[in-house]
Design a protein around this ligand. Structure first.
Ligand SMILES: NC(=O)c1ccc[n+]([C@@H]2O[C@H](COP(=O)([O-])OP(=O)(O)OC[C@H]3O[C@@H](n4cnc5c(N)ncnc54)[C@H](OP(=O)(O)O)[C@@H]3O)[C@@H](O)[C@H]2O)c1
Length: 274
């Protein structure tokens, strides 16, 4: 999918990775709708990049309802949905409140899927579109203190694979981005939890992972969108591990090739009904 001239709805736009994505996308000539909760940060990013601010809370069911329609009324059809907003929780499950548990799953898993649900019909009608979900290597391997975060990201990666199967042949592509630790405030916050900090320190020391640069991540995500790649796994040295986790999904995709997809069925049902 070409990003030049494309309308990209970017969530979590004001965070470390989101701002890098906003900069890279606008450099490539995309028209970017910047979504986050804090209007002042959104306006500052809009001033710096030329994107359009759109304030919404993705954990608020009212804010989420009809969100894609509201964006499209203002800015036109969404060509690329880039689900980047996410938040970590660290600590034992029993250290979290029920609200923290729900909010993490709402933001990291339910909201991206709900936005996909809202945007897909228009993309199918236009025969083109791209769904990008920023997941994490925390959804591949579990680290102490990150059970809820990792589970929400594993769910997002798995759901992206399912969407890919459903949308095969429709012109609507998917990209699952599985990244390791990025130099960011999120990593600084995670490092405040002793067991998580010790775990990252060990895998970084053993060079199983390396600390990623947000601008480099943004560059590679945008390139992967433009090349139509289904997966992006960073750092490269960890990619084989993520690919192993994805093997059952890949085997299912090969074994089930030729089976009519849900989207094809949907079209056939509509044709029969008319
Ligand atoms: N940083 C890492 O090391 C790392 C590693 C792997 C994967 N990731 C993933 O990469 C993505 C971006 O991470 P990041 O480090 O850039 O995060 P970040 O700096 O903490 O930024 C989070 C962004 O999401 C927005 N946001 C938070 N809650 C929201 C809500 N309820 N509704 C709407 N927007 C909300 C924030 O703005 P407001 O607070 O103003 O709403 C901000 O723009 C996340 O999905 C994360 O899980 C990060």
């Amino acid at each position: 999918m070409r990003t030049t001239g494309a309308h990209v709805l970017l969530t979590g736009a004001t965070g470390t990775i989101g701002a890098a994505l906003a900069r890279r996308l606008t450099e490539r000539g995309a028209q970017v709708t910047l979504l986050a909760r804090t209007p002042t940060a959104l306006q500052a990013l809009a001033d710096a990049t030329g994107g359009t601010p759109f304030a919404a809370d993705l954990c608020d069911p009212e804010g989420l309802r009809g969100l894609v329609d509201r964006v499209e009324v203002q800015q036109g059809p969404v060509d690329v949905l880039l689900n980047n907003a996410g938040a970590e929780t660290t600590g034992l499950l029993t250290d979290l409140t029920a609200e923290q548990l729900r909010a993490t799953v709402d933001l990291n898993l339910t909201a991206p899927l709900e936005l996909c649900r809202q945007v897909i019909p228009g993309m199918l009608a236009r025969g083109t579109g791209h769904l990008v979900n920023i997941s994490s290597l925390a959804g591949v391997a579990t680290f102490p203190g990150l059970a809820v975060y990792g589970a929400s990201k594993a769910g997002l990666t798995h759901a992206t694979s399912g969407l890919r199967a459903d949308l095969r042949g429709t012109g609507v592509g998917t990209l699952a981005v599985e990244i390791g630790p990025v130099a960011s405030e999120m990593m600084d916050r995670i490092s405040l939890h002793g067991p998580s900090e010790a775990s990252f320190a060990r895998v970084l020391r053993a060079r199983l992972l390396s600390l990623l640069d947000p601008d480099d991540v943004a560059h590679r995500v945008v390139t992967a969108i433009e090349q139509g790649r289904p997966h992006l796994r960073l750092p490269r040295r960890a990619a084989p591990l993520a690919a192993v986790t994805g093997t059952p999904r890949a085997i299912a995709r090969i074994a089930l090739s030729g089976i009519p997809t849900s989207s094809t069925r949907h079209d056939e049902d509509r044709e029969t009904a008319t």
